[in-house]
Design a protein around this ligand. Sequence first.
Ligand SMILES: Nc1nc2c(ncn2[C@@H]2O[C@H](COP(=O)(O)OP(=O)(O)O)[C@@H](O)[C@H]2O)c(=O)[nH]1
Ligand SMILES: [Mg+2]
Length: 179
Amino acid sequence: MSQNLIKPGFDVLVFGDENVGKSAILNKYCAGDFEINSEIQRLESKNCNERHKIIQANHENMQVSLWEYQNWAMHGMLPLFFGKPYAIIFCYDVTNRKSFKNISNWISKFDERLIKNFTGILVGNKSDLPRERGVSYNEGKKLAEKLGLLFMETSAEYSKNIDEIFNILLRILALNFDR
Ligand SMILES: Nc1nc2c(ncn2[C@@H]2O[C@H](COP(=O)(O)OP(=O)(O)O)[C@@H](O)[C@H]2O)c(=O)[nH]1
Ligand SMILES: [Mg+2]
């Protein structure tokens, strides 16, 4: 098989309030270790922006599409993901309690059909700001357990746990969907 052939891969959707660090997380991930094999395209719009990263899985090139949502106005396109392998990152800022409280609002937008069909992780970003922290690690973990989501704290600023988020999501997707 040609080295350059790119297999269709997985979609990862990122939701969360403005300024929690969604773009920073995606930029770090896209510019990470896979740089040589990666090809970043950007399609920016006000409500949603999309990036693609090409990763190598089982000696094949696979496309991961990353979708960042700033507000719910783009929800009309969510049904596009039905039946496709996708994961969702719900992101808050550990220094901003309001962004943490709002996670429940983001989740409530999903109807039953969607909730049943995705692999999700709750991410508390900006863990590098301990003095400004307004949400404890345990609070985050508890909420994730209640919502049936995985949990991780990250620092996009210091690249802490960024690749780890995607590695765990992609591993679960790969297990559930044989591509
Ligand atoms: N200290 C710190 N700042 C961060 C981190 N992630 C993002 N930021 C900053 O938070 C602000 C908002 O980030 P951005 O990625 O644009 O947030 P978005 O609106 O959710 O996409 C920017 O000034 C970033 O530099 C982090 O992990 N630590
Ligand atoms: Mg952004």
